[in-house]
Structure formats: structure tokens, C-alpha cells
Design a protein around this ligand. Structure first.
Ligand code: ADE
Length: 250
């Protein structure tokens, strides 16, 4: 069970994004909980403002420290110990499957979503434990990245996917991409399903899939192969495959 809490000025966005489909079911079943806290509810400003002009001038507005801090404190008060607080920011370390795995071991995760030109640095220094980005591009706010990370972490929580096997054997496990999948009919648009998948020979199917994963990773994400866990035989297969001229590959 992981409790996800998102500090945001757009709580509806989080609820609408995460209360549906698999994560909606996972919440109903008690495998995870997702709470969105509206930072605006904590402002002491009489006009409900949460942002102000940046000292030193410049474009845009800055989210003020007070409402963010008070919203966070309300969450911390309900936790047994200080939770990991993730500031969702393009300035953070880049999120990946290893980090998703690491975060899935926590019981409590708080995501802080910024808007405008950012959040007053002083409150970030006070509460943030991790700065995490979802990639080298800039979005309008932290809500979508927070949802991306929550989805990736939640699906690793036991019980969230109906079979544990599918969480394990997917793209990025072992640093290999997933093999191609086929379903009925046996022939579609003149294209046949690879013969071996119809053979019923389990060991051969597994070997073929593993090889397809290796080929696919070589072709699409060769950078991943450096950290892939290949057996001696698989390494030999890869070396032989690389020697093939492009037109006879696959
Ligand atoms: N906020 C805006 N862009 C972002 C990104 N790429 N990752 C995380 N948070 C962000």
C-alpha cells in the first residue's frame, strides 16, 4: 500500500487523471490511495492568491512560500514520519524505471506541483527531499509529470496489476525492450504471425522472444544494451546478428 499525496492548485486534474481505469480500481481495492490537496485552500490571502511578483523583476509570477508550506505541514501532521517530498521540476534528476522501483518501496509519497515561474526557493529548501523531472522538455505545470510518476510507481505495487508477471516482463526490465506481440487472426493484411509462436513449443518461444527483445533493443535503443544482462549465448547471438547485412536482418 502506498499513499500518494499531491500538492497542487489543480486538484481536479489529478483526481480525474488517476481515479479512472487501473489506478481507480487499485484505489478501490486499497492497494494505493491518491489524495490531491489544493494549495489554495491554505492561503491566508484575503483574495485567495497563491502567487506574487518575483523579487528582482522578470516575467511571470512565483508561487508563495506560505500556502505551500502550510499545505505540506497539514500532510506531514498526518504522517508517522517525515515523508519523501518530490518537487516535480525540469531541473530534477530524470525519472526512469529504476527510480520508479525505488519509490515503490515507500509507504508515503508527496508530490509538489509548481506553476507559473516556479515556487519560492525558501519553502523548497525547507520541505523538498527529491527534485525529479520526467524529461528534457518543459510543460506548463507539474500535474502531468506527477501523474506520470504516480502511474509508473503504482503499477509496481503488489496487487495493482492483476498478474505480477506483467509488471516484471515488460520493456526496461533487464534493460531490454519488450518483444513483439501478436494475436488473432493468424494472417492479417497478408502478414502471418511468426511460425514459432504457433508451435506450442514453450522453450523455443521463450528463446525467440528473448532474441527479439535483443534485436529490438539494438535497433531502437542501443544505449540500453550496455547495461543489459545477457547470457554468454545471448551475447554471441547479438554479435552474430550485428554482423548480418541490414537487408537480411530479422
Ligand atoms: N514541470 C515542467 N516541465 C516538467 C518536466 N519536464 N518534468 C517535471 N516537471 C516539469
Amino acid at each position: 500500500m502506498i499513499r500518494f499525496t499531491v500538492l497542487t492548485i489543480f486538484p481536479d486534474m489529478i483526481k480525474q487523471g488517476l481515479d479512472t481505469s487501473i489506478l481507480g480500481r487499485a484505489q478501490a481495492a486499497g492497494h494505493i490511495s491518491v489524495e490531491a490537496i489544493n494549495i489554495r485552500d491554505y492561503t491566508l490571502d484575503k483574495h485567495q492568491k497563491v502567487d506574487d511578483y518575483p523579487y528582482g523583476g522578470g516575467a511571470g509570477m512565483v508561487m508563495q512560500a506560505q500556502p505551500v508550506y502550510d499545505a505540506y505541514k497539514a500532510v506531514e501532521d498526518k504522517c508517522a514520519s517525515k515523508p519523501r517530498v518530490i518537487y516535480v521540476t525540469p531541473q530534477g534528476r530524470t525519472f526512469n524505471q529504476d527510480l520508479a522501483k525505488e519509490l515503490s518501496k515507500e509507504e508515503e509519497l508527496v508530490f509538489l506541483c509548481g506553476h507559473y515561474e516556479g515556487i519560492d526557493e525558501r519553502v523548497l529548501e525547507e520541505i523538498v527531499t527529491d527534485n525529479i523531472s520526467i524529461g528534457d522538455y518543459v510543460l506548463t505545470g507539474g500535474e502531468l509529470p506527477a501523474m506520470v510518476m504516480i502511474d509508473a510507481v503504482a503499477r509496481l505495487v503488489p496487487g495493482v496489476l492483476n498478474n505480477d508477471v506483467s509488471a516484471e516482463f515488460e520493456s526496461f526490465n533487464d534493460n531490454l525492450l519488450e518483444y513483439p506481440q501478436y494475436s488473432r487472426p493468424e494472417e492479417w493484411n497478408g502478414k502471418k504471425v511468426p511460425e514459432i509462436l504457433l508451435s506450442g513449443h514453450h522453450a523455443n518461444v521463450e528463446k525467440w522472444r528473448r532474441e527479439q527483445s535483443i534485436i529490438r533493443t539494438l535497433e531502437r535503443r542501443p544505449d540500453l544494451l550496455e547495461n543489459a544482462n545477457l547470457s554468454k549465448k545471448e551475447q554471441a547471438f547479438l554479435e552474430e546478428y550485428k554482423k548480418l547485412p541490414c537487408n537480411v536482418r530479422r
